[in-house]
Design a protein around this ligand. Structure first.
Ligand SMILES: Cc1ncc(C[n+]2csc(CCOP(=O)(O)OP(=O)(O)O)c2C)c(N)n1
Length: 332
């Protein structure tokens, strides 16, 4: 990403995207370029109009992957708070109007039902998306049941709720997690963990998510060691037993019980939220699971624009700023 020399570059891939169907046609080779173009469009627009910058730069690859795997608006993608919905707007037919972002009569900085069938809720209040998703899924299940009973073939629509680790500290999210675990419907919750709320996240939930991240490191360590052991001749004997003991010790250091699994969710992750291939592969698998799933995705707030990466709290919500150095306009 060329954070500092963006003006003048052509936007050639993004300008041809009018709906998620077009996102699915983009070749793997062009995906990095698409993400660069999305970041360029977001930075240029927010630098003029103000808006939520760092949160949006962090979810570019995640949102592209969601629109490649799911079929919005047949499937619902719900954004918690929805301050991070700019990529979603750019991919769902609002690219050409995007310069009006947050202007009177222009594109809203949040999801708005009147603006697009791809926006399922008028959001703004944090921690509501899991509950909204569950409500939608319950209604769709009812409709699909009636369709089946009258001999029609329902579509099996999917619901995805994207919630940040900051919004996950709000109590409402836990009522919804408890309810979803009980109903056992195929609600897909994407936990966008950038270790930041508006400023650095803290408290026991944040600490717990870090523990889960360590679990991911353990899993990668385990696959690495298992692959290595397979290559050693006679590894089933003494060496194998020794390695098994080391693995148990490392596991004890990192692994605790999984809160989400205990609530009845399948836990997937943690995944690299900037690796589209890894995201897509896992999301395609998750799409088929017949139970609630939580996909833990690690992202970097402000990704691709160094002033925002270095100071994500100041770039969470900004007024106009200078792209070359991130200097913000002063309001006296
Ligand atoms: C009820 C309520 N309280 C506070 C806020 C202010 N607020 C806006 S975004 C946000 C959370 C940001 O953290 P996170 O969900 O992790 O998203 P990120 O910006 O880090 O991607 C909060 C608390 C709000 N929107 N609603």
């Amino acid at each position: 990403m060329k954070s500092f020399q963006m003006t003048g570059d052509l936007i050639t891939i993004l300008s041809k995207i009018h709906s998620p169907a077009d996102v699915k046609k983009i070749s793997e080779k062009e995906l990095d370029e698409l993400c660069d173009e999305i970041r360029k469009r977001i930075i240029e627009t927010v630098a003029k109009n103000g808006g939520h910058l760092a949160s949006n730069l962090g979810v570019v690859e995640l949102t592209v992957s969601l629109h490649r795997v799911f079929d919005s608006p047949e499937d619902a993608i719900i954004f918690d708070v929805s301050h991070q919905c700019y990529t979603h707007k750019l991919l769902t037919g609002r690219y050409s109007d995007f310069s009006s972002l947050r202007k009177q009569g222009g594109i809203s900085g949040f999801t708005r039902r009147l603006e697009s069938p791809h926006d399922f809720f008028d959001n703004g209040h944090s921690s509501t998306s899991i509950s909204q998703g569950l409500g939608l899924l319950t209604a769709w299940d009812k409709i699909e049941k009636e369709q089946r009973e009258s001999g029609r073939n329902p579509k099996n629509r999917k619901v995805v709720a994207v919630i940040g680790d900051g919004a996950l500290t709000g109590g409402l999210a836990y009522e919804a997690l408890a309810h979803a675990g009980q109903l056992s419907k195929n609600l897909i919750v994407i936990l966008n963990d950038n270790q930041m709320s508006i400023s650095p996240n803290n408290g026991a939930i944040s600490r717990y998510l870090s523990t889960l991240t360590m679990t991911g490191f353990y899993q990668r360590f385990r696959y690495f060691v298992d692959n290595l052991v397979d290559k050693i001749p006679n590894s089933k004997n003494h060496i194998g037993k020794f390695i098994y003991r080391i693995k148990r010790a490392v596991k004890g250091m990192f692994l605790s019980t999984n809160f989400f699994a205990d609530l009845g969710f399948e836990y997937v992750g943690p995944l690299d939220g900037h690796n589209i291939k890894e995201l897509e592969e896992n999301l395609r698998r998750v799409r088929r699971l017949p139970k609630p799933v939580i996909v833990h995705v690690l992202t970097k707030k402000g990704k691709g624009y160094s002033p925002a990466e270095n100071d994500p709290a100041s770039f969470h919500g900004v007024g106009p700023f200078q792209i070359s150095d991130g200097k913000m306009e002063k309001f006296d």
